[in-house]
Design a binder for this molecule. Structure first.
Ligand code: FES
Length: 164
């Protein structure tokens, strides 16, 4: 004679709150909870990525673009202005000017070209003059111009760029 032990749940359905409750029902419910939890864990970060927050990042009002001594006449420097690039230029006459370095065509970063004394976008050969106006190429409008101030004196002087 063999002695076979079986689970009480397997041999006899339980009744909870008047409803029949067996192992299959329990496993189905457990799988459903697991599936819903997994789907939520995947969908939530994807939804956060696709839907930007209601308030964007705060715009930076001003920043130190460079040390004044860094910029020789007829040179330029790209700097970080918040989360976007800016460019500060010292003309051959020594005047400081600053612009957004984001090309108005397709958002590439412009750079200073000393040989032509222009701002140039390498993506599609767009060029801007030192007033930020379009000279040639596909950019539809000029660059945003910023206000430039020099703070301090001597070798410690800083070029401070701010939105107009
Ligand atoms: S992105 Fe600058 S010219 Fe196209």
């Amino acid at each position: 004679m063999t002695n076979v032990q079986t689970s009480p749940l397997a041999s006899k359905p339980q009744t909870i709150g008047g409803e029949r409750f067996d192992r299959r029902t329990f496993l189905d419910a457990l799988l459903a909870v697991g599936f819903v939890s997994t789907a939520a864990a995947i969908a939530y970060p994807v939804a956060l990525y696709l839907v930007p927050p209601a308030t964007g990042e705060p715009e930076t009002a001003s920043t130190v673009a460079a040390k004044a001594a860094e910029l020789k006449p007829n040179s330029g420097k790209v700097f970080k202005f918040g989360n976007r690039p800016g460019i500060v230029v010292r003309t051959t006459e020594g005047e400081l000017r600053a612009f957004s370095a984001v090309c108005t065509h397709l958002d590439c970063t412009v750079q200073f070209k000393a040989d032509t004394s222009q701002l140039w976008c390498a993506c599609h050969n767009g060029t801007y003059d030192l007033g930020g106006n379009v000279v040639s190429g596909p950019p539809p409008r000029g660059l945003e111009r910023f206000t430039v101030n020099v703070r301090g004196e001597g070798s410690d002087a800083e070029i401070v760029v701010s939105r107009a």
